[in-house]
Design a protein around this ligand. Structure first.
Ligand SMILES: C[S@@+](CC[C@H](N)C(=O)[O-])C[C@H]1O[C@@H](n2cnc3c(N)ncnc32)[C@H](O)[C@@H]1O
Length: 198
């Protein structure tokens, strides 16, 4: 809380200087230098207060072609319950719902959480999907029979004990781009997908 207050004060202070410089007669170069410094400070503050686990800089996401490949690889269909851990804008779950499954997305970032809810609605599958705003390490995932992850290897390693403890025997895990510390059952090299069965 204290950190957020200090950050906000710093932002206000820099914004005030920004406007003072904007309406004063300082040189163009000095003004641009200040602007550069201002943006850097803002990014540093943002990276510190943004949810820790969030890869905040690029909006890494699964595209629709890969989402369809995930559904094919895991044979997603009616009766399946797909969990996307770190569901982003919901693309993979929307594809799963279009294949007949129900899905749950767990997303820590409030912006992506709301975008996924809106996208589920605009894609006409909001009755099949639900989204939880929170940390997947703290959520119960026992209900899933298919798990999808697009996460960095360090996070995948941290998730392994949770998978082993909570998932039912036979649950499929599809990891996009990064391999897990398990023996894959199938690999789709073209789409960089790894299928595991617990
Ligand atoms: C690489 S993106 C993948 C997004 C989505 N699954 C997709 O494939 O398009 C990883 C997502 O995981 C979310 N995330 C990271 N750590 C998380 C955590 N501990 N709990 C919930 N979400 C998390 C990030 O905010 C981000 O949206």
């Amino acid at each position: 809380m204290k950190f957020i207050l200090i950050s906000l004060s710093l932002i206000l202070f820099l914004t005030a200087i920004f406007f003072i410089l904007l309406f004063s007669s300082v040189s163009f170069i000095f003004f641009n230098l200040f602007l550069f410094f201002f943006v850097i400070v803002l990014l540093v503050i943002l990276s510190a207060i943004w949810p820790q686990d969030s890869p905040w800089a690029p909006w890494w996401r699964t595209d629709s072609k890969t989402a369809e490949a995930i559904c094919r690889l895991a044979k997603v269909g009616r009766g399946d319950i797909v969990y996307d851990l770190g569901s982003g804008d919901g693309e993979a779950l929307i594809a799963a719902a279009k294949s007949g499954a129900r899905g749950v997305g767990i997303e820590i970032d409030p912006l992506r959480f709301w975008v996924s809810k809106i996208r589920a609605r605009t894609n006409g599958v909001s009755d099949k999907l639900s989204f939880v705003r929170g940390n997947f390490f703290q959520q119960n995932i026992t209900e899933a029979n298919i798990i999808f992850v697009y996460l960095i290897p360090k996070t995948l390693d941290r998730l392994l004990p949770k998978f082993k403890k909570e998932l039912k025997k036979g649950t499929k895990i599809v990891s996009y781009r990064y391999e897990m510390n398990l023996k894959p059952k199938k690999v789709d090299k073209e789409n960089e997908l790894y299928l595991y069965v617990v």
